[in-house]
Design a protein around this ligand. Structure first.
Ligand SMILES: NC(=O)c1ccc[n+]([C@@H]2O[C@H](COP(=O)([O-])OP(=O)(O)OC[C@H]3O[C@@H](n4cnc5c(N)ncnc54)[C@H](OP(=O)(O)O)[C@@H]3O)[C@@H](O)[C@H]2O)c1
Length: 332
């Protein structure tokens, strides 16, 4: 696997990252371990988890299953892994959060632990204990927390880095203006600035009028092109696999933020290029992201080994300049 530099840190990470969100819940341990081993053997190193993964997979869970599984897998492999985890989105009270067997997301979001100094100090220690390691390589604020002063969060993160518990910091689900404020505060106070931005990003473009702090928009792309010390890590790059199948797309919640004529035109372009290349549409989307500017690290979340293999095989899908230009230009 080719590597890319994470921000301007000098650290090389594989161009494709592996998400462990489902590991230990929807994906059983033997399958997860096999997937992680294949990923390492193929030259991948950036493995992504979070303290809250994956409470919503199982009623009664508080999360932590993914980190615990990684903690059992890591011994003997730790130095080959660029390990990323996140804090701030753990739900502190599960009471009433499940309704009719499903998480009540609006309610759950009101109970997110947030990014106060005390919360982060405990969260990183809990993550390190579950991961059975003394440090992570990258520690993200999982969901930007506007209720806590940024100075408090940033000073706490600086302390975590100074203590050697995290080597670098990142931010996720955050608006561009906040990112700029974060970076200015870091520069003014000598705090470590984020080197990775983890956002939802794919080939489809958010629908007109969408108001989301989590999905990359044109302004954020422009910002990232101007600030190459911040790498874009693109989560849900294949939108839960909806590109491969019209049946899966129909009514799928992952499509809600994209539906419309622009999405239809881009889906048609992806299907056309996939047929030309003998690849799947999901693979074409990953190949398109892999050659995007700003440099983008797709963060895939396969549930099965077969899904992992098709995602990995996207590294060998080569778009011609003409095909890439056609994909770029498609839209309504
Ligand atoms: N920062 C954040 O807020 C945030 C949010 C979400 C995720 N993440 C991170 O990003 C990682 C990836 O996110 P994601 O799971 O949303 O990404 P994704 O790769 O877009 O979606 C994964 C889902 O896609 C389906 N899938 C995967 N490969 C497929 C294939 N080859 N063909 C058809 N379907 C396929 C599976 O769905 P089925 O189960 O239906 O088969 C799987 O559960 C996570 O593991 C996590 O580490 C971060």
């Amino acid at each position: 696997m080719k590597t890319v530099e994470l921000g301007r840190t000098g650290e090389q990470v594989g161009q494709l990252a592996l998400g462990a969100m489902l590991m230990g819940t929807s994906t059983d341990e033997p399958t997860s371990v096999e997937m992680l081993d294949r990923f390492l053997d193929a030259g991948g190193n950036l493995v992504d988890t979070a303290n809250c993964y994956c409470w919503w997979a199982r009623e009664g869970s508080l999360g932590g299953e993914s980190e615990e599984l990684l903690g059992r897998w890591l011994p003997g492999r730790r130095d080959r892994v660029f390990l990323a985890t996140k804090g701030s989105a753990m739900v502190w009270d599960q009471d009433g959060v499940w309704r009719d067997g499903r998480p009540d997301w609006p309610l759950a979001r009101t109970r997110s632990e947030g990014a106060s100094a005390a919360t982060l100090a405990k969260a990183i220690d809990d993550s390190l204990r579950r991961l059975r390691t003394d440090h992570v390589d990258l520690y993200y604020v999982h969901v930007d927390d506007r209720a806590t002063p940024l100075e408090e969060t940033l000073e706490a993160l600086a302390g975590i880095v100074a203590a050697g518990k995290a080597r670098y910091i990142g931010w996720s689900n955050v608006r561009t203006w906040r990112l700029e404020r974060i970076r200015q505060l870091c520069a003014a106070n000598g705090w470590p600035a984020p080197v990775a931005l983890q956002q939802q990003h794919t080939y489809l473009r958010p629908r007109a009028g969408l108001d989301s702090a989590s999905i990359v928009d044109d302004e954020q792309l422009d910002y990232l092109r101007e600030h190459d010390d911040l790498s874009l890590v693109a989560y849900s790059p294949i939108l839960k696999g909806v590109y491969d199948s019209a049946d899966k797309r129909t009514g799928h919640w992952a499509m809600e933020n994209y539906e419309g004529p622009d999405a239809q035109a881009r889906l048609a372009a992806v299907a056309e290029v996939a047929t030309e290349l003998g690849a799947t549409p999901n693979q074409v989307v990953l190949a398109w992201l892999l050659r995007a500017t700003p440099t983008t690290i797709p963060l895939v979340g396969p549930r099965t080994l077969a899904q992992y293999e098709t995602a990995h095989a996207a590294l060998d899908v080569v778009l011609s300049d003409e095909q890439a230009a056609r994909l770029d230009a498609a839209g309504a």
